[in-house]
Every structure is written in C-alpha cells, then in structure tokens.
Design a binder for this molecule. Structure first.
Ligand code: ASP
Length: 615
C-alpha cells in the first residue's frame, strides 16, 4: 500500500498515528541536518520531517538520510512515519494540515522528475509562467491547486446536472461524432473515409439533428454532455471543440424548456453553493435588449439603461447631433446616477472632468466621434455645450432620463448599429470602472423572441439567426412577409453579459422546414442532398419539440471568475487553436494520405485544373 492518507488529510486528531503518504516533493529545506519536505498531491500538502535525533534505536539513519537527500523537486516518493504536532510557533494556519507533520521513519523514491520548466506554486495570475509554456506542459500546470480546484468545480457542476436530469426522467444518449454536417454557423471539421474514398464525415457542430430525430424516435426527454466541434477563425476565448449540456424535450412549449433549465441551475446552485437561486429569470425580448442594453447579451446586474433621445435633441442647434440625425443616425443617452457614484467602491461622489475626458478618449477609440455630457446641477443641466440646447429640450431630457441633482448624462450618437454597440460597451465600461457589479452575485436573463433570420451585411444573403430548425413564431413563413421581420420561438440564456445557452422550439412539419430552407436561399436539389434524410424523418410523425444547449466551458469559467475558458478545460488549444502539448494539428505521412486516397483526389483535381487550362 502506497498511502493510508492523501496529502490534504492529516489533522491534529491523527497525532500519534502511524501513516503512509505518497506524492510529489514540492519543496525541501535542510536545517542543519534536519530535513523538511512539502509533500503534495491534488488534495493538499503535508510537511514531512527527518530528524536524526528522533529516530528509534536501531534505525539505519545514514541510509535513510542518503535516500532523502536524493529526492529532487517533484520527485515522486512514498513515506511512512508518525504524525506529530508541529513545534510551537511553526504551525501554518493557512494550510489545513498545517498543525501537524509526519516524522519520517522510512522513505522510498518511486520516480524522479526532470528539471521543471516552471515551478508548481500558486502564484497570483500575474506571476504565472506564460500561457504557452503552461499549455506546453499542461500536465504540470494541472498540479497547481487553482487548476485542480477549477476541474473539481467543473466536475461537481456536471455531476450535479446529471443527477438532476436523472431525477427528472431524462435519458442520456450519446449521439455520433462521425456524422453528416449539422449547420450551426461555423465550418465543419471533416474526416475522410478510408473505406469509401472521396467521402467524408463531419464532426458535429452540435447534436442538433440527432436530438431532433431522438424526439421522432419517442425519447421525449434527452440530454447529453456533448462535445461539439466548430472550425471558426480563431476568436478570442473560443475553442474548436467545446462541451455543451444539450437537451431536447417533446410536447413542450418554450416556457417549459426555460423552466426546466431554471430548475436545473437551481439544483446545481443548491448542490455546489448550498444557496437558493432566484428563479424564474427575467425575460427580455431581443429588440428590447438591443434598445436598452445595446446588445443581445446584456449584463442586467446594474441599471445604466440606454434611452434613445434622438427626437428630443433633434431641435437643438448642436452641430454634432444635427449632422448625425441629418444622416439618419441616432443619439443615445445613459444616466450615470450620482447615487451609483457615491455608493461605488471607487468612492468619488461625482465623476470629475478628468474621468469624463478619459471616457471621451475611450469613445473615440471605439470608433465614435466622441461623447457628449451634461450634468444636472442646481441651475439645471450644465456643460460646455448646453447653450445649444433650448430650455424645453433640456427639460425634456431631464424628464426622459429621470435625472436628479448630480446625475451625469452621457450621450453617444452615430449610425444606428454603431451607436447602439458603443452605448452598450459604454454601459459595461462604466460598470467595470465604477465597480458596480462587485458583490452583486450573478445575473441570469432570458433573451426571447430573437429574429428567425438575419441579412449578411456584405453578401445580403439571409442567414439563420440561430440555425435553420427554429420554429417561426407564427408557426409559418408567409411568402409576402419580409423575412427579416419574422420572429422565431427562440430563447438565449445570458449570464453576467455572456450568452451561455441558446435554444428554441423546432419546426416539426417537413413542409414548413422545406419552406424555411428555401427562404434561406437553398435550391430544392441542395435541400434534398443535405437534409433529405431529415425531412424524411420529420415526415414520420415528428412530435412538437424544443430544447436548448448550455455552454459548459463558458458557464463554469464565469462562475469561477476566470479570465478565459481555457482555465476550466484540462487540455485546451491555444488562441491559434493549436495543441502545444502534442503539437497538433500535425502533418501526416504521405502513406496515410494515399491510404485515404486524398493524394489521388488532390492530384485528380490538379489534373482537372490543368486540363481546363489547356482547353
Ligand atoms: N444546437 C444549438 C446550439 O448548439 C442549441 C439548440 O438549439 O438546442 O447552439
């Protein structure tokens, strides 16, 4: 037996016990022949001491000293000995095992370690080695208590979710990873077939079509902790493979799916935090979210709501606004209430000129022409430009914004989309700078009634807002309707300003599904080729159904307050979607390519191109 206790287990109650412990030698020091070791594993660390004077008669002190002196940093060792109280004044109150130490009687070296590329210690983030180095040696990075804590938390989250689903009668089903393309708005990772040369599988962007076919199969409550793959241009804090809690239910409406997710999260909350999560969550229609918060993923933990004041300021002679409105743009306003400022930890009771100037600079950096401000003082609204605003305009602004003495009104103007985005970013920046979310806990919100499709700004093509399987809110798509005005029975779950889940009621009528594909510009041939099998399945009595998928990596990283989802994934890719640990993606031998007939395919293509040229 290597160990009777792990390295985080020993307490005062064990004093006098004979124990065995095993782990990694994290630190060692020699105090004049008395040797100390910090022995660590994923549970904690225990102090070991070799004291030649305390050895029992007959023990081979010299041989033991020799063995102990051979232990290098991160050597793997096993030790047996007695638990004793630490010498007075040397107890470590920060370490749960810090009251005791193990007096070494015997020790063996189980394995050595090469010199470490970095020290395994719980540094503050700023002192950690560079992320590339951490990812290159991820197995060593995982020895850090913070990483262990993150992975354990993630495990508890998923374990608790599984318990919930089981209690509610859901069935966990594994859907295939080698599939046909499932569109979720990204590129597919494709896998060549060896047995059917020239044919390819796609790794699933999500289990969407399979979970819908499970509903047709009568599995009316499905869930899966599903791995999904999306080949996107590397974007900050995305991973090409990620995990979703994926679920689907039959004979439900959108409120029932949402309520299930709320119960799920309340259950998880109770298990991991021991507290009651406030449910149901607030619901905000998509358009309202954009108007009030400047984004479809709003952080609702603080006010600072955006108000469109275009009509109120249209009659002012202020040139900047006049030009913007003249070109069809809008003017948006946020009231930074003085009560928020005085209660904020950044303590200033008002935002001074300097801070406002800094905000103006920031707005310019965001591509805005600037930022205009007015403060409500005893004399009414004041600022260097207030003279361009007639009294009745000022009164209207005070009323619209609910301004009180000391409040600061911040205006952003510009083309609709840019101004909205910038005002949304301003809200978030103000909240961050002023610490408005500190101590506020977490804020869940449902964003509902999203559009069914969007128009690509460049190509003008219609694209699904989520995916093409969302039920139109009226249950049909009228041929005479502007597609952009059609709503979908969809709902996104947002946490602290991040979208963490997205779901919908699905189309279960094959004809309607065909129409939606057509609306998205697909030809009949294309529909048949890509989705014929699915339309066929819908035709065999598909029940009304809906579901959702929650992004585990994002959710867990927000709850842990991590800067990046990579902190909650054991073996993530870096920002360029490379695995530095095994150096993938990697080249493969030509023989493998020719086995898959990929070389001949490529050659065939080259030949075809050359032929075309010759003609
Ligand atoms: N398949 C969707 C996604 O991955 C989620 C859903 O609609 O259930 O975002």
């Amino acid at each position: 037996m290597y160990r009777t206790h792990d390295c985080g287990a020993l307490r005062a109650e064990h004093i006098g016990d004979r124990v065995k412990v095993a782990g990694w030698v994290r630190f060692s020091r020699d105090h004049g022949g008395v040797l100390f070791f910090d022995l660590a594993d994923s549970y904690g660390s225990t102090q070991l001491v070799f004291d030649p004077d305390a050895m029992t008669d007959g023990a081979d002190v010299e041989a033991l000293a020799k063995t102990l002196n051979s232990f290098g940093r991160e050597s793997v060792i096993a030790v047996s000995g007695f638990v004793r109280e630490r010498v007075q004044g040397t107890a470590d109150p920060r370490n749960p095992t810090g009251q005791v130490e193990v007096l070494i009687e015997n020790a063996i070296l189980l394995n050595t370690s090469k010199p470490m590329p970095f020290e395994v210690a719980d540094q503050k983030n700023s002192l950690l080695p560079g992320e590339d180095l951490r990812l290159r040696y991820r197995y060593l990075d995982l020895r850090r208590a913070q990483m262990i804590q993150n992975l354990r938390f993630r495990h508890s989250f998923i374990a608790s979710a599984r318990r919930f689903f089981d209690d509610e009668g859901f069935v966990e089903v594994e859907t295939p990873l080698l599939t046909r393309s499932t569109p979720e708005g990204a590129r597919d990772f494709i896998v060549p077939s060896r047995t059917m040369p020239g044919r390819f599988y796609a790794l699933p962007q999500s289990p969407q079509l399979y979970k819908q076919m499970l509903m047709i199969g009568g599995i009316d409550k499905y869930y899966q902790i599903a791995r999904c793959f999306r080949d996107e241009d590397s974007r900050a804090d995305r991973q090409p493979e990620f995990t979703q809690i994926d679920l689907e239910m039959s004979f439900v409406d959108e409120k029932e799916v949402q309520a299930t997710v709320e119960r799920l999260l309340a259950h998880v909350w109770k298990t991991i935090y021991g507290t009651k999560l406030q449910i149901p969550f607030t619901r905000v229609p998509f358009q309202e979210a954009i108007a009030k918060y400047g984004t479809d993923a709003p952080d609702v933990r603080f006010g600072l709501e955006i108000v469109n004041v275009t009509s109120a300021v249209a009659s002012a002679s202020y040139d900047v606004f006049k030009k913007i409105i003249g070109k069809g743009g809008i003017v948006l306003c946020i009231n930074l209430k003085s009560s928020l400022l005085s209660s904020s930890p950044s303590d200033s009771s008002s935002l001074g000129r300097k801070e406002v100037d800094r905000l103006i600079e920031w707005a310019k950096g965001e591509g805005m022409s600037g930022l205009t401000w007015m403060r409500l003082s005893q004399e009414g609204l004041s600022s260097n430009i207030v003279k361009y605003f007639p009294l009745e305009v000022r009164d209207a602004l005070v009323k619209m914004m609910g301004a009180e003495l000391g409040d600061l009104l911040l205006f952003i103007g510009g083309p609709k989309i840019q101004a909205t985005k910038a005002a949304g970013a301003l809200r978030v920046k103000l909240a961050k700078d002023l610490g408005l979310v500190n101590g506020k806990g977490h804020g869940f919100v449902w964003v509902v009634d999203c559009p069914l499709v969007t128009k690509d700004a460049v190509s003008g093509r219609l694209e699904p807002f989520h995916h093409p399987f969302v039920m139109p809110s009226k249950g049909r798509v009228g041929a005479d309707e502007d597609p952009a005005s059609i709503g979908g029975l969809s709902y996104d779950l947002v946490l602290d300003g991040f979208e963490i889940g997205s779901g919908s009621i699905r189309i279960h009528d094959p004809e309607l599904q065909r129409e939606v594909f057509g609306m998205l510009g697909m030809t009949d041939g294309e529909i048949e080729r890509k989705f014929g099998f699915f339309l066929e399945a819908l035709g065999y009595g598909a029940p009304p159904h809906g579901g959702i998928a929650l992004g585990v990596d994002r959710l867990v990283s927000i709850l842990l307050g991590c800067d990046s989802i990579r902190e909650v994934i054991a073996f993530p890719k870096n920002k360029r979607f490379q695995s530095l640990l095994d150096d993938s993606p990697a080249e493969v031998e030509e023989s493998k390519l020719s086995e898959l007939q990929l070389l001949s395919l490529a050659e065939g293509e080259d030949e075809a191109k050359a032929k075309k040229k010759r003609r």
